[in-house]
Design a binder for this molecule. Structure first.
Ligand code: KIV
Length: 270
């Protein structure tokens, strides 16, 4: 009999335990089974089928055109590639306009694609939706800071929470969402100090993207990490440079997140 210990399958409770233990959480996006398998084998803890698929896979200028059917299709493919990592799937634009619509579409993602958690953007206005999903046993990742589905309202992809007033709203929203039942929070394009303050003030794991090294974990869009995106954001890093395979690049990213050496000061937004 082999004495080899099988790696523990990722779960919501294990993510929570990682936050308590100060163990960093390495996350990436994926859109198909082949990449999902590489990420899984490299030790990525959480894989997100992001609606960034609208931009990096479909070539749109924003994430807005992505549909529920397309999301289910990509999530099913990613599911087939995973055996350890937790699968989180984005609710696309207009698929959670009210709590009942959100419940219907989140339930569809769990039933049809094998998603273990859904992600939605927004602050205080999402409290009722979060409560309803939590009551129905659906894990949710909230998303604050730069919310790409609101790009036209925000006037572009830029740093959020720069002044005292917007920083206070972000902190308040994070606490409200955690209290309403969110299991995880993604903070996108937020000043490093504010992201660290939010991370220290909520019980749920906080995953940063363009939010500095003080979060409980990091996430990047896979195509940015591989240097394939035309307009990769400044907070991202091409991990393929200096590595001779995609597998080695992903492993280097996981190691850098675990060691808190990514993001480095040059990837921090100010
Ligand atoms: O859609 C996506 O890929 C995302 C990540 C950038 C967090 O929301």
């Amino acid at each position: 009999m082999s004495a080899e210990k099988k790696p523990q399958k990722m779960s919501v409770t294990r993510l929570q335990a990682m936050k308590q233990a100060g163990e960093k959480i390495a996350c990436l996006t994926a859109y198909d089974a082949s990449f999902a398998k590489i990420l899984d084998q490299a030790g990525v803890d959480l894989v997100l089928v992001g609606d960034s698929l609208g931009m990096v896979i479909q070539g749109h200028e924003t994430t807005l055109p992505v549909t529920m059917d397309e999301t289910v299709y990509h999530a099913q493919a990613v599911r087939r590639g995973l055996s350890q990592a937790l699968l989180v799937v984005d609710l696309p634009f207009m698929s959670y306009v009210d709590p009942m619509t959100a419940l219907h579409n989140a339930g569809r993602l769990l039933k049809e694609s094998g998603a273990q958690m859904v992600k939605l953007e927004g602050g205080a206005s999402q409290v009722q939706t979060l409560q309803l999903l939590a009551r129905n046993g659906i894990p949710v990742c909230a998303h604050l800071g730069l919310q790409p589905q609101a790009v036209h309202k925000l006037g572009g992809y830029r740093l959020q929470g720069k002044d005292d007033q917007s920083a206070a709203i972000l902190l308040k929203d994070a606490v409200l969402l955690a209290e309403a039942g969110a299991d995880l929070l993604i903070l996108e394009c937020v000043p490093e100090l504010l992201a660290s303050e939010i991370t220290a003030n909520v019980d749920i794991p906080v995953i940063g993207i363009g939010a500095g090294v003080g979060c409980d974990g990091q996430i990047l869009v896979l195509y940015d990490l591989l240097g394939l995106s035309h307009n990769a954001p400044r907070f991202s890093k091409n991990f393929l440079l200096g590595h001779d395979s995609i597998q080695a690049a992903i492993a280097a990213y996981v190691a850098a997140v675990k060691a808190s050496s990514f993001p480095a000061p040059e990837q921090v937004l100010a």
